[in-house]
Design a protein around this ligand. Sequence first.
Ligand SMILES: *Cc1c(COP(=O)(O)O)cnc(C)c1O
Length: 705
Amino acid sequence: MVTEGALRVRKKRDDLIPLLEALAYNLRWSWDPSTLDLFQRLAPEPWARTHNPIAAMQSAINEPDRLAEHAESILERHTNLEHYLTRQPYVRDVPRIAYFCAEFAISETLPIYSGGLGVLAGDHLKAASDLGLPLVAVGLLYRYGYFRQVIDDTGYQREAYDRLDTDTVAVRPVLDAHGGPTLIEVPFPARNVRARVWVAQVGRIPLYLLDTDLAENREDDRWITGHLYGGDQDTRIRQEIVLGIGGLRALRAVLPANAQPEVMHMNEGHSAFLSLELAREQLVAGTAPNFDAALLQSAPHLAFTTHTPVAAGHDAFPSDLVEAYFNGYRQQLGLTHEDFMLYGRREPAATWERFSMTVLALRSAARRNGVSQLHGTVSKEMWGGVGLSLQDAPPAAEMDAITNGVHTATWVGPEMGALYDRQLGEDWRTHPDRAASWTQLAEVDTEAVWAARTAQRARLLERVDAMSRFEGLGGLHPDVTPEKALVLGFARRFATYKRAGLVLTDPDRLVRLMDGGNRPLVIVFAGKAHPRDDPGKLLVQRIVQASRDERFRGRLVFLDNYDVEIARFMVQGSDVWMNTPRRPQEASGTSGMKATLNGALHLSELDGWWDEAYAPGMGWALGEGLAEDLVGDAHDAAEARQLMDLLEFDILPQFFDRDAAGIPRAWLETVARSIQTMAPRFSAQRMVNEYVARFYKPAGAAIGH
Ligand SMILES: *Cc1c(COP(=O)(O)O)cnc(C)c1O
């Protein structure tokens, strides 16, 4: 017999499940702590294991009592989500945008990113969602992601690959009119490759992800969306065909005619084949007489962002590889192989040049930009001469600069967030780009800042300590307590130009600084090297070996497997954030923005965003005032000395200048000033608003939106 009480519980359960699913499948939880908190309370054990709302939901729906117990919270969070999704947009009259990128970092539970580019793209979507932009995004669903970093006994990096289980992440197949999966076809030599379309919902923004792992594809084609940046040139060109050409076909398949994008944003050159498909559509429709004309006609619809001045960061394919894949397709464009190659060559006469995706993007997109003011200038020098189509018509924006930003609500730590809520009201959450949202920080109580900073520092140190014990290194040195220690953070890709080892140039001096007794300094490192970058891996090894060295033990630590989760711990808990690239190779850098948002002070080379952000009394600048004629090793050595001087004579004395209550008042005043200045300027909302004002809206106007 079913009792009335049991019926009520079951009824409630049936009502609550759809609400819970809506909450779990919208990645808005990745920047909404209250929703995460709900999932944690609903399923504490699965939560502790996975930190994944989908897993928590799947466990909770089998426990009706638990659901009933939390019914009110579920309803409350669901109402909040509905309100978020339906509220009036903050910007209007924006054309419909499609944003293409090879990687997106939304949450560590959806590992389809490697680093900075993906984080930037993920933050772009989140800010676009907050602003209510009519934007959709396109990427690839990698079954094995980038890689999980495992450090071996010698300190060398090994790569492990975990298969993504689509049943336990916040992605779902896009269904067609008959309820079946949406499949698209991408033209390949002597075959079509099929791709399934998935969607990850990022607040208001759908992120469409293509996946070629289908039984009806050839075995090697199933691996096109296997690994991110893992393969050879052959895999890379296949991935870029699926992303660019397949990506546009996916949008044509999943969006109704009146919702098709008007502006397409190629975030980095990986998606540049998109421009070929746009041109092909016009040739098929008869709206352009030839390929060059079609390209010129599409140009106002296209924007292109370049992300690195480092040559190796620009994909370029050899002529025979291009011909192997485009032989059939280029004929549909009415091009010979030699003609086709010209669109990817900077100098038309340079037949030895490979087919560059950056050049193709520059020949296709009316608007283009670098990602900091300095990078804009450098990119203009690198690419300034490359115009639109082979006619080299001038682009609308010669080479603009739109400085990157970070999504405030994603990166701010819980204690600093709560402090901002108390001190600033809620405006900083909805309008982080407005300076006015942050002005009240001038009057902040430094004791409260110290308490929040200490709580965030403690969380990082706890993690670091646990890891160090787990690895048999005995944990942090007893001097290193959250109330006392200065945490210096360094986390980034281990490419040699970023000089992770700079602070270890003079180990004796570093040992002396760290072993301050009453003035403990701890350095936390994290970062992956690309699997094929052996010099980068040797650099990882050097840092890991230092962390195992008696002299540094418990004071210098390497956290393995740098990802979005580790990044949160580090940017929220560090007191000083260090960045040591060789100028001007860091296009922007964003981790320092995340750290300053949390009250770290920035110690960085005057490169990327810091070149425009630094002002005396607001962090420290490396490379300033050094002799002009210093190059190579001599320059590195001079900067290493400068770094140690800053630590020894400026940073440590200021941080350890405490009052009777143990609080570094002057330091915290600098922190408050730095947050107030940096947080609005380097927010993703400021960045997306700039793209709206300078790219999307003018593009809309040019095409008669
Ligand atoms: C922010 C972030 C990056 C990019 O930071 P940089 O300063 O450009 O190195 C890379 N990886 C992860 C996981 C991040 O969160």
